[in-house]
Design a binder for this molecule. Structure first.
Ligand code: SUG
Length: 446
């Protein structure tokens, strides 16, 4: 079977801001309270989508969620009309208001874990929306994410949608940010690597835990997904993140490793028992044609990796080459830039590096890889995707105009209770739901 890998990027929402909501994510903490530029953020993301589309890759678009999330604020006891709810939350618990305004659903690598049909027992593409329980502002994404995925991948014959895992820390699930699939070609059965930060139920394997920052993904969450997605034992590898790097700001595995097809590009400190992990992947992959590009700490430290987001790159495959899509910060860190120069000029399979300015997202700890959800699709599955959500030149123009019309170019956390921002966001999303052919998906449209 012939298949292709599509990237579904999250559009940055109109309330994009820096509220310092993600303890353990260094950029989020460092940029707390600086003003954001939602318009620029959305345009930067859109330019990346356009560039990947121009490379001939299949590119999809996922919509932002409804923010400010008035329904959640009401659930938490803030009463009155919309303006009163916003004002009460801003006055009484501004942290809750900020959480209910975060545009964090843009990082669609955390939207779900996806297993392609060639890996699953029933020959369907399986989706499990991530519960994201480690952070309140992210936990309120999962139900709507499930709803959106069903609208974008509607056909039950080809697509199987699971519910998010139970919303407790033992099953903490952060989606594809901790999931990597290796394969010889996209249409063949692959090897799925599930990386976790800790065990949820305290069995002996959990002895190594980070000391400062939280481990967001549990092994039990990954195991539940493997069962639900009907994956076979021999094609699954579990690996524990190195707890020391979590403590240095590697809050998801995709901050320290990226893989695609038969290539794994990672830092030498990514996993516990790293060499045993390599052996397991190679054994499951079952051919010698597997390349590991391991970056030693004496070339690039974990700190440099976290600051440059080198490993939060997208490793994409065009018919003639493998390309690394990196954040432009990689060009500014001299050790990283030197390393990348050597990489493309050496005899490794990656032969091109393309930098992108995603600074607005990066300031919240979201690089190129965070912004996309990978979905491997056969031709017939691709035909069943909601076609209005697939990128094209006309859609690029439409979205560019839509962003320029509806988005502010400056937003600070003090602006989040502004009732005009609520109106602007709702108008924008109402119009977007028509552009993307999603119907009335938002609460305010009911
Ligand atoms: O969950 N940042 C996100 C970044 C997610 C990056 N995703 C991947 N690595 N796949 C997070 O920590 C910050 C929001 C704020 O502080 O305003 C935030 O949610």
């Amino acid at each position: 079977m012939k298949a292709t890998e599509a990237n579904f990027d999250g559009l940055v929402g109109p309330t994009h801001n820096y509220a310092g909501l993600s303890y353990g994510n260094v950029a989020s903490t460092n940029n707390q309270t600086t003003p954001s530029n939602p318009r620029l953020a959305a345009l930067q993301g859109l330019e990346k989508m356009k560039a990947l589309y121009d490379l001939g890759l299949v590119q999809g678009v996922l919509p932002p969620q409804e923010r400010p999330d008035l329904a959640t604020l009401r659930k938490l006891g803030f009463t009155g009309n919309d303006t009163q709810v916003l004002n009460k939350a801003a006055k009484q618990v501004p942290e809750i208001l900020a959480a209910c305004c975060s545009a964090s659903s843009m990082w669609t690598a955390n939207a779900a874990t996806v297993s392609p049909s060639s890996d699953t027992g029933d020959g369907r593409v399986h989706f499990t929306p991530a519960n994201l329980v480690n952070k309140f502002h992210r936990s309120i994404e999962s139900l709507f994410t499930g709803k959106v995925l069903k609208k974008v991948f509607p056909d039950e014959q080809h697509f199987c949608h699971h519910s998010p895992l139970p919303g407790v820390s033992q099953f903490g699930d952060e989606g594809a940010a901790n999931h990597t699939r290796f394969c010889k070609s996209y249409g063949e059965a692959g090897v799925e690597l599930f990386v976790y930060g800790a065990s949820g139920f305290n069995h002996p394997k959990s002895q190594c835990q980070p000391k400062h920052f939280p481990a967001r993904q549990t092994r039990e969450a990954s195991e539940a997904i493997v069962r639900n997605h009907l994956l076979q034992k021999g094609q699954v590898v579990y690996a524990q993140q190195n707890p020391d790097v979590i403590d240095q700001g590697v809050f998801h595995n995709d901050v320290i490793a990226v893989g695609n097809k038969n290539i794994l590009f990672c830092h030498e400190k990514s996993f516990l028992n790293q060499h045993a992990v390599y052996q397991q992947i190679k054994k499951a992959f079952n051919t010698k044609d597997f390349t590991i590009i391991e970056v030693p700490d004496n070339r690039i430290t974990v700190k440099q990796a976290v600051n440059s987001y080198l490993f939060n790159s997208q490793l994409v495959s065009t018919p003639d080459k493998e390309i690394l899509i990196v954040p432009s910060e990689c060009e500014e860190h001299s050790d990283v830039s030197l390393f990348l120069g050597e990489l493309v000029n050496g005899n490794m399979p990656i032969s091109e590096v393309l930098p992108f300015d995603l600074r607005q997202s990066m300031k919240n700890g979201g690089g190129p890889a965070c912004l996309r959800l990978r979905v491997v699709l056969s031709k017939s599955e691709l035909d069943c995707v909601n076609q209005s959500c697939l990128f094209s030149s006309p859609l690029f123009k439409t979205l560019q105009n839509w962003i320029n019309k509806h988005y502010r170019d400056k937003l600070s956390t003090q602006d989040l209770s502004d009732p005009l921002l609520l109106d602007e966001s709702r108008n924008a999303l109402d119009s977007l739901s028509r552009i993307l052919g999603l119907g009335n998906i938002y609460h305010f449209q009911e």
